[in-house]
Design a protein around this ligand. Structure first.
Ligand SMILES: [Zn+2]
Length: 160
């Protein structure tokens, strides 16, 4: 059975005031200009209406304008970024396919595939994804090549 990786493209844009910051204030959709450094031209963000006093935002999908997750302050943004870097390595290194990686993420964060996105994670699960991704990579990459040749390792076989 083929699993389709859901990339978190919720089809609906939240109504004004519907998306709330963790501080309880409503989020507002505005240009990422001056808020987020790593944005593409024309990018939009949902930012706390108390910004910059409350330094929290989340990027919007460029096509649907749906939020990519929940609003996050600096520490959580840093953790999500790091979690994404580590998670992406799982399939960029060929350890597993992208779909397998998202299935693994769904298992790790105990959420269905449709909700297993790093943009939705809090600090606890970000740290878990970072730790578990690193563990998997260090466990597998060292011995995987030799093992795969001898026994046809599952991940290796699936990814190649
Ligand atoms: Zn806020």
């Amino acid at each position: 059975m083929k699993y389709k990786a859901n990339r978190g493209r919720a089809s609906t844009i939240p109504k004004p005031g519907q998306l709330k910051c963790h501080c309880g204030r409503p989020a507002v959709l505005r240009s990422a200009e001056g808020i987020c450094k790593t944005h593409r031209p024309g990018a939009m963000v949902y930012v706390c209406s108390d910004y910059p006093a409350c330094n929290s935002f989340v990027m919007a999908h460029s096509d649907t304008l749906a939020p990519m997750g929940s609003l996050a302050g600096p520490e959580l943004r840093r953790l999500r970024y790091e979690a994404h870097q580590e998670f992406d390595r799982l399939y960029k290194t060929g350890l597993m396919t992208r779909n397998e990686a998202y299935r693994w993420l769904s298992y790790i964060v105990q959420a269905p595939m449709s909700h297993a996105h790093i943009g939705h994670l809090g600090e606890y699960y970000c740290r878990m994804v970072i730790r578990e991704s690193r563990k998997l990579l260090s466990q597998k990459l060292g011995s995987e090549m030799a093992l795969a040749k001898a026994a046809g390792g599952e991940y290796y076989a699936a990814a190649h």
